[in-house]
Design a protein around this ligand. Structure first.
Ligand code: GLU
Length: 520
């Protein structure tokens, strides 16, 4: 690596919510920058005004705040190299477009959309390049005075990059190695449009990377086809010596089947593809987000980091941001697409969730309880979390199979903890557990147990245990399952003493009486 200070950038276009693949790109930039004591820039590439979506920029900034990915410079932060929004840099780009025009490395073209369409119909696989450009209306085929006249009359034009055919263009990619392509396959890309006086992505991107002294361009694989053009642009400007190094990251693939991960996969299988919930300003459509689904940002960072890279078998998969910064190795990223595993994402969330103090679950649990009309105290809710967080739940996978998994979201708790707050108002006699554990004589046994319980002064777990254990031993009783039916209404829940201590004597006795009355 050269001795320049590492500087990377994440350069989203504000065309909608940030896709989770974009988040991974930003994360890899962040890990790389931190690892090298470098800077990370947030640049907004908004030169295509037709695709601008209001709210997208704010969404992007909020997403990174939530994820704990901090930029050193850029939109919303400032810095020495601003402005960082491309729409505010028009004058800068004009200057560089003129530089290319003056050097004869770019030219002005007047072809209208209709003329281009006609050419496409006339020539199969038409491309605007060395083989066709002299048949078109541009400053190479027209006389200088004609060009001057057209511009003076206000005709719209574009500036195209003059690609010399037959050259081998080398893209030296940190992940993919040396990729060589022949310049003849490239077209004379539009760099600038007079209509909106704005450059296109390619020109703005290169000029900014140069002026912002970017040393490494780490971005998605979908940009690899643009890289040879970018190399040629650096050359045309005479910036080859300080050209950034490229690293094109592998695609994120669908959980099942071929192709790249899309929002439809998420909708079908029930996982988000955006970091935060997104409310589309035009259609009003709401797309789910990791944050609102109950993911912890650390878990999202951890599982995204491992989509396309892994630290090898000597390391746990559960890695903090600090550990990721230590271990990350850009050169060891995979070239092959990384399959998106949403079950694994939930697994990561479980790891982080259970390592949080019980109190940290409370605000989310409280919200769920309130939605169900239940009021409780923070202490009681934390108590419930402690008793239940390591239980497993059943779920149905994408193919309709019933499976079990750990509690991965606070919302998983609700069906498992309802009975702590709401007494059973019916008990299903036909339930397997009830049939097996509520027989003749059970009601009488429960009456006895209720009597024993009502005489206990100290209703804590220990207090009950002393008295009830002695009573069961003396009488050879095994009242646990029937007692569970009384307090839960079914065969689930925590240790019985913990549950009765939680409910308190009065509620415990009330539920027992209800079961005795109902089941007889
Ligand atoms: N504006 C491009 C995007 O939306 C940036 C691509 C690049 O990083 O060069 O992803």
């Amino acid at each position: 690596m050269s001795d320049r200070k590492v500087r990377v950038r994440f350069a989203p276009s504000p065309t909608g919510p940030l896709h989770i693949g974009g988040v991974r790109t930003a994360l890899y930039n962040y890990l790389f920058a931190r690892q090298h004591g470098g800077d990370m820039i947030l640049r907004i590439e908004d030169t295509d005004s037709t695709r601008f979506v209001p709210g997208a920029e704010e969404y992007i900034i909020e997403s990174f705040k939530w994820l704990g990915i901090q930029f050193d410079e850029g939109v919303g932060i400032g810095g020495q190299y601003g402005p960082y929004r491309q729409s505010e840099r028009r004058e800068i780009y004009k200057q560089y477009v003129n530089q290319l025009l003056d050097a004869g490395k770019a030219y002005v073209a007047f072809d209208t959309p209709e003329e281009l369409d006609a050419k496409r119909k006339e020539i199969e696989n038409f491309q605007y390049d060395a083989t066709t450009r002299m048949q078109m209306r541009n400053s190479l085929s027209l006389s200088a005075s004609e060009v001057e006249r057209l511009i003076a009359e206000g005709h719209q034009y574009v500036v195209r990059f003059l690609i010399e055919p037959g050259r081998e263009v080398l893209v030296d990619d940190i992940i993919r190695g040396e990729v060589i392509i022949n310049s003849s396959i490239l077209d004379d890309k539009v760099l600038y449009k007079s209509a909106d006086q704005l450059p296109t992505y390619h020109l703005a991107n290169i000029v900014d990377d140069h002026l912002m002294e970017v040393t490494h361009v780490i971005r998605g694989e979908e940009w690899l086809p643009s890289a040879p053009l970018h190399v040629l642009l650096y050359e045309a400007f005479g910036w080859t010596d300080t050209m950034p190094r490229f690293a094109h990251l592998p695609l994120l693939l669908k959980p099942v089947g071929n192709g790249k991960l899309s929002k439809r996969d998420g909708d079908k299988l029930g996982f988000p593809v955006f970091p935060l919930e997104w409310h589309d300003p035009k259609s009003g459509e709401v797309s789910s987000g990791y944050r609102e689904k109950g993911y912890l940002p650390q878990a999202v960072v951890n599982f995204l980091a491992l989509l396309g890279w892994n630290p090898g078998n000597d390391h746990s998969e559960v890695l903090s941001m600090e550990e990721l910064i230590q271990l990350f190795d850009l050169g060891k990223c995979s070239r092959n697409g990384a399959r998106f595993d949403y079950v694994k994402a939930a697994w990561f969330n479980h790891q982080y969730l259970v390592n949080q103090p019980d109190e940290a679950w409370v605000p989310s649990l409280q919200k769920i309880l309130e939605e169900n009309g239940i009021v409780s105290t923070p202490e009681k809710m934390a108590e419930v979390v402690r008793m239940m967080k390591l239980k497993v739940i059943e779920y149905t996978d994408g193919e309709g199979n019933k499976k079990k998994r750990n509690i991965s979201f606070v919302s998983d708790l609700w069906p498992l903890v309802r009975f702590f707050f709401v007494a059973p108002d019916s008990i299903d006699r036909e339930d397997k557990f009830v049939r097996k554990n509520w027989k003749e004589g059970t009601a009488a046994e429960m009456k006895q147990l209720a009597e024993v319980l009502s005489g206990i002064e100290d209703f804590s777990v220990e207090g009950q245990k002393q008295v009830v254990d002695a009573w069961t031993e003396e009488n050879g009783m095994r009242p646990w399952n029937a007692w569970r039916i009384c307090l839960v209404g079914a065969g689930q829940g925590p240790d019985m003493y913990e549950l009765s201590a939680f409910l308190g004597r009065e509620e415990t006795l009330r539920r027992m009486q209800f079961a005795i009355d109902t089941l007889g």
